[in-house]
Design a protein around this ligand. Structure first.
Ligand SMILES: [Zn+2]
Length: 274
């Protein structure tokens, strides 16, 4: 499912494409992707005629800013995609839920096979409130080793699960949590408050490094993720631990193991991660 690097890749693509363009029409095919209080008629009434001002990201959310103080926050869920219609790959989309027609004759398509994604309409003020519920941005200057150590120190939750809690650190999902814990040498089942300051510093650096590298590779595609042109990301071959159960650890050669923590797989090297 899309995490921070995948959302960021889409944001960077769309930022070069949509600002300055206006919404001439809107079609909702599957209204179950619309968030609370939103229906197709209201979405069309609110957005038609508005122009894109900017595209941003908060955690795993792609945030579309329009004029007249309107914000459309897109949580991609498990299989959500935002693809521009002029891309040759757009013809491959089979589950377009929402279509925003643009004034240049093209469109921005929200496609979602499983429809766990959500589109929320906000004003700048209500989006700021919603955004305040999310945790630290791992690529922001505030995400220091000391900040991570302090936050984690307040919780006995297993560190892999803790990293997935969007109210603590925003944008990290299971793939990059596993990769960062491996790089930092921290076992995924350890309680968050048992990390030393030195381990927290290694984990902070590992998170920043793996997220940055994944953005440079345009994200990880296991099956569904696509960028705004409908293309797969390139980071999957560089995953060191996620999904590698039974393979040798790239550092020490020990067999990589898998354990289920709260219904989700965690992968680790029993020698490298303590
Ligand atoms: Zn190892």
């Amino acid at each position: 499912m899309p995490e921070l690097p995948e959302a960021e890749t889409i944001v960077r693509d769309l930022r070069r494409r949509v600002p300055g363009h206006c919404v001439t029409g809107l079609k909702v095919t599957h209204a179950d992707v619309l968030g609370p209080g939103l229906n197709p008629r209201r979405l069309a009434r609110e957005l038609k005629g508005l122009c894109f001002r900017d595209v941003g990201r908060r955690g795993k959310n792609v945030v579309l800013h329009f004029d007249r103080d309107r914000v459309l926050a897109v949580n991609l869920g498990m299989t959500g995609r935002l693809v521009v219609s002029e891309s040759p790959r757009a013809a491959e989309l089979r589950h377009v839920a929402v279509r925003l027609d643009l004034d240049d004759g093209h469109a921005l398509l929200y496609d979602d096979t499983r429809r766990f994604g959500r589109l929320e309409l906000h004003t700048t003020a209500t989006w700021a409130e919603r955004s305040a519920e999310l945790g630290l941005e791992p690529l922001a200057p505030e995400f220091t080793a000391a900040a991570l150590h302090k936050l984690a120190g307040a919780s006995r939750t297993r560190i892999r699960n803790w990293l997935l809690d969007q109210r603590r650190v925003a944008g990290v999902g299971n793939i990059y949590a596993n990769e960062a814990l491996f790089r930092a040498g921290v076992h995924p089942a350890r309680p968050a408050n048992c990390m030393s300051a030195r381990e927290a510093a290694k984990l902070r650096d590992a998170l920043v490094a793996v997220l940055t590298e994944a953005i440079a590779a345009r994200g990880t595609t296991l099956s569904d993720y696509r960028d705004a042109a409908g293309e797969a990301g390139g980071f999957e071959p560089r995953l060191q631990i996620y999904g590698r159960e039974g393979e040798p650890c790239p550092v020490c050669g020990q067999t990589i193991q898998r354990v289920v923590l709260t219904n989700r797989s965690a992968f680790f090297c029993p020698r490298c991660q303590r």
